[in-house]
Design a protein around this ligand. Structure first.
Ligand code: TRP
Length: 365
């Protein structure tokens, strides 16, 4: 088909997504049998406190992958926070709080290298050759850049325009070949693949048999999509989150105020009853069961019963995580030492990669 009406381009987006999913499913099957073939990079922007949406949507999956034996890097993307604000704000606090969350949920700093952008000069230097490999038009049509621009209500900063290239440096500095992501991050993985390919075409290799950079795959694991307590996207700015580090009491109060609907009978129907279904889903996730069963069990018990059950289950599930979190968070020296170690390890990897880049580009003097 040659027509390029909106419908057909949407069709082709769906086809692209289906292809990405199929590739991802193949990788997922391979991970359990050949964990040593893969190196994962994941990351978070330290814009706020990590919450249960992050936990069920991505963090728990990282712990699973780490525990399969896949070598993992985790970037706390502090330079990715400053593209649309005037100062540094609460970045430091969020970074330390994030490290406490990671340790509490089972990220093992011996197996997962946790690091920050700002501590790795060699990673940041990769940005320069990488910027030479992309065009202004490519960056401007990146849908995530467009969204960020629209929601930030500020003029486009140079860093906002180029953050996907910086993100490519996050992935490629350690030659990660696998990036667990949600659909919204797929354009960045595609941009990263383009950068890896163009680097090879334009700047060449050190080892004639292998390009300097691999083209990473996206891993689209089927993680549940949890909403906020009002049935809309869970996000700090909407005030509808439950943070991983909250107390049992805070959790109970928030669930008590959660939005439901007028129908007494509890069912699981995410399309027509998003708020109630989200509470059912959360209950199922915390209990390790499935939402249809939970809804059926509650039935005519109504939203009061649902909320009581969710509160108990969530507080049970997170009790050991929160206990461990309280322990590590009380020891800022320990949190900082985890970051220092991670930064040192990641820094050594970045130095080695930059060295190779200089050799490929014949800029060794
Ligand atoms: N952009 C990601 C987010 O907003 C965070 C991130 C930074 C990231 N660097 C990355 C994700 C590299 C994957 C790979 O969540």
């Amino acid at each position: 088909m040659t027509d390029n009406s909106p419908e057909s381009s949407e069709g082709s987006n769906e086809a692209t997504l289906a292809r990405s999913q199929a590739r991802s499913d193949k990788v997922e099957a391979d991970l359990a049998t050949h964990p040593g073939k893969w190196r994962i990079l994941t990351g978070d922007r330290p814009t706020g406190k990590l919450h249960i949406g992050h936990y069920f949507g991505s963090l728990a999956n990282r712990v699973r992958l780490q525990n399969l034996g896949v070598e993992s890097f985790l970037v706390i993307a502090d330079y990715q926070v400053i593209y649309d604000r005037d100062g540094v704000g609460d970045i430091q606090e969020n970074v330390l709080s994030g490290v406490a969350d990671y340790l509490a949920i089972g990220i093992d700093p011996a197996r997962t290298t946790i690091f920050t952008h700002s501590a790795l000069p060699a990673l940041n230097q990769l940005l320069l050759p990488f910027l030479s490999l992309v065009t202004d038009a490519e960056l401007r049509r990146n849908p995530t850049v467009k969204d960020e621009l629209a929601t930030s209500q500020r003029p486009m900063s140079g860093l906002m325009l180029t953050f996907p290239v910086h993100q490519a440096a996050d992935i490629l500095f350690c030659k990660a070949n696998l990036v667990p992501v949600g659909k919204d991050q797929l354009p960045h993985i595609e941009q990263t693949r383009v950068i890896a390919r163009r680097f090879d075409e334009r700047y060449g290799r050190v080892d004639p048999e292998h390009p300097v950079f691999p083209e990473p795959e996206a891993l689209l694991s089927a993680t549940p999509h949890v909403l906020g307590l009002d049935g809309t996207k869970m996000s700090k700015s909407r005030g509808n989150t439950i943070e991983i580090g909250m107390t049992a009491d805070q959790t109970a109060k928030l669930i008590k105020k959660a939005k439901t609907d007028a129908e007494r009978h509890i069912s699981y129907d995410p399309d027509s009853r998003p708020e109630v279904s989200n509470l059912v889903l959360l209950t199922a996730l915390c209990e390790g069961s499935d939402p249809l069963t939970v809804a059926e069990e509650i039935g005519d018990g109504g939203s009061g019963t649902l909320k009581k059950r969710l509160t108990a289950s969530m507080n049970d599930y997170f009790a050991p995580i929160r206990a461990r979190r309280a322990e590590v968070a009380a020891d800022e020296g320990y949190l900082r030492s985890v970051l220092r170690d991670g930064n040192e390890r990641a820094g050594a990897v970045a130095d080695q990669t930059l060295d190779e880049v200089r050799r490929a580009m014949k800029m060794v003097y």
